[in-house]
Design a binder for this molecule. Structure first.
Ligand code: NAP
Ligand code: GDD
Length: 364
């Protein structure tokens, strides 16, 4: 009988994990995921997986080496997907030291644990790298595409930590002949994206505004351009990358870039709210064309001291070598996210009203 493969994935509560875990379980893997202890429940994305006997959960924090070595030595995984990180760019300016530890040094701990467990020739290692490593110095090239040859210039403590993680992965590959590769990921989103990233923040606010549950959406840089992508398409590519004979770094991207402003417009279109923007003094404000209420405003609290304001990549290499074809467009993704949030808040409201009715009925 064919031996079941073992996959070890760092963290289980994040966006990508929920999709990757399902993909691996469908491919008949024994899946090991980690979670740090939290005093409140945060496993709603993956609760349905607990019934699967091939799914295993371990407690552990990224900063805890001893437990990591014990886990890797006991499990002896065939594939390790290193997805855990303090992944919020804005937060990294407020917590730079923690970010360096969790996103940079942490990768070194993991690579060392593989060596200590004598698994460097058998375990394949995947590092979630990022497009936040790149920035065009010459602002006169804002519409140019990035390629694997573009200069690296991180613009945040998050980017700097990830740059270290990328190079230490390359160094272990070269030094110890390990199968250790970097996947340079562009922004990927989905209905289970955390609420503090801009796309989900927008779709949640738009859903609530359409249901009269929120008045206004507050944002900062509306002109930032991103190469957005659906997380489901991304996890297919992550798995493909570790199945290759040759260990290579790859980039995956859509070949399309859009502004935060575009994403706001599309989202309101999904709930049939027409908006118009106007300048008031030096501030830009967006109005509902039916009620003339202001529903989008710029708020300096979301300002970043330095910013990657443009992202667009040429992913020819990955498409040629991996034969990977995405299934979603950015507009499909936006549609799915808005619909999912409208559904979620509508259900919540129905439930709330239902409880009020019961309480009133029994005069509680
Ligand atoms: P995410 O939703 O923010 O999830 C990050 C996870 O890491 C969270 O579940 C968090 O756990 C966990 N974590 C953070 N610090 C930890 C610690 N000290 N100990 C244990 N767990 C810890 O991330 P994502 O968007 O799915 O991204 C996955 C990976 O790809 C990340 O490495 C990110 O940097 C990289 N990436 C993402 C994108 C993107 O657009 N999504 C693009 C490029 C690269 P808690 O739930 O307990 O906080
Ligand atoms: N989060 C957020 N909140 N971003 C805003 C807001 C706001 O209110 N208003 C404007 N933006 C702009 C940000 O300044 C940025 O230019 C853009 O929207 C996208 O911000 P995020 O969604 O927070 O993502 P990110 O691009 O900074 O980082 C994400 O993608 C990286 C890959 O490019 C994260 O997932 C990183 O972990 C990942 O490496």
């Amino acid at each position: 009988m064919k031996k079941m493969k073992k996959a070890f994935i760092t963290w289980i509560t994040g966006q990508d994990w929920s999709y990757l875990a399902q993909l691996l379980l469908d491919k008949w893997y024994e899946v090991h995921g980690i979670k740090r202890r939290a005093s409140s429940f945060n496993t709603e994305r993956i609760d349905y997986l607990f019934e699967n006997k091939n799914f295993n959960l371990h407690y552990w924090d990224l900063t805890d080496s001893a437990n990591l070595i014990k886990l890797i030595s006991e499990i002896k995984p065939d594939e390790i997907y290193n997805l855990a990180a303090q992944s919020h760019v804005h937060v990294s300016f407020e917590m730079p030291e923690y970010t360096a530890n969790a996103d940079g040094i942490w990768t070194l701990r993991l690579l060392e644990a593989i060596r200590i467990a004598w698994l460097e020739k058998t375990t394949k290692f995947y590092q979630a790298s990022t497009s936040e490593l790149f920035w065009w110095l010459e602002y006169n090239r804002p519409e140019a595409w990035y390629t694997e040859e573009s200069p690296m210039h991180p613009r945040s403590p998050y980017g700097c930590a990830k740059l270290y993680a990328m190079w230490i992965t390359r160094n272990y590959k070269e030094s110890y002949d390990m199968f250790a590769c970097n996947w340079i990921l562009f922004n990927h989103e989905s209905p289970v994206r955390w609420e503090t990233f801009v796309t989900r923040k927008i779709t949640m606010a738009v859903a609530k505004i359409s249901l009269w549950l929120q008045n206004k959406l507050l944002l900062w840089n509306l002109d930032a351009k991103r190469d957005w992508w659906h997380a489901k398409d991304y996890v297919d590519a992550m798995w493909l990358m570790l199945q290759q004979e040759k260990c290579e770094d790859y980039v995956i991207s859509t070949w399309e870039t859009n502004t935060v402003r575009d994403f706001v417009n599309w989202s309101f279109e999904e709930v049939w709210i027409n908006i118009e923007w106007r300048w008031k003094w030096i501030e830009e404000k967006w109005y509902n064309k039916k009620t003339w209420e202001c529903i989008v405003e710029v708020d300096s609290r979301y300002f970043r001291p330095a910013e990657v304001d443009f992202l667009l990549w040429d992913s020819t290499k990955a498409r040629k070598e991996l034969w990977w074809i995405p299934k979603y467009s950015v507009r499909d993704m936006c549609k799915e996210m808005v619909a999912s949030d409208v559904e979620k808040f509508r259900k919540q409201e129905i439930l709330k009203n239902h409880w009020y009715e019961i309480l009133e009925q029994y005069e509680i």
